[in-house]
Ligand binder design. Sequence first.
Ligand SMILES: [Zn+2]
Ligand SMILES: [Zn+2]
Length: 241
Amino acid sequence: MLSALIASAAAMVAIVGVRYLLVSGAFALATARVRPGLYNGLKPQIRREIAWSLSAAVVYGVPAGIIAWGWQERGWTRIYAEWDAMPLWWLPVSLFLYLFAHDTWFYWTHRLMHRPRWFKVMHAVHHASRPPTAWAAMAFHWTESLTGALVIPVLVFLLPVHVSVLSLVLTIMTVMGVTNHMGWEMFPRALVHSRLGNWLITASHHQRHHEEYKCNYGLYFRFWDHLCGTDRGLSRRWQQP
Ligand SMILES: [Zn+2]
Ligand SMILES: [Zn+2]
């Protein structure tokens, strides 16, 4: 049993690590084409971003691997694979609830980590990227990774989720984590500057968090930032005259 558990944890660490390298690598390549020279002179920083991100893959992968083993072998969690186990309307609702719950957890822990004492230990690593690149998606100190690594493993015990919705949540988490840091906006202006865009977080919004620190703390949605008065809007540097 123990060896199967260790194998599952190791496999998940490898999956998270390779997923990071592939997605960040793909968007770094896209950046080189769309914004040539944007990462010039950032090689030492990128090396640090990759090292921290791979260490975060261990922190993320181990609990995920344990949960995956428990799901397969012991029937743990409320992850389901049959399409008729829950009504179909639950698919989009559960997707939203997972994103919203993760966003809520992220917003409040992120604000806490911006208190000076917490910042030094937990969050300074992430902000050492100035400006961040596509490789900074998981550049976290292990204490910060730990706060993020436990969210989904706890949620799968609380909220039923179809396995395909869960993989969609993980895909959104990975892609937005990379693109929010890559230094340019990939979504069309018509969306980013729309009413809907006023509630969604993309690169233009998170960039401003990296420029000014004390604002724009959210992960996917601007709900908590709007409610708590911490939303300062989009990065000014990118706004076209
Ligand atoms: Zn960031
Ligand atoms: Zn921060």
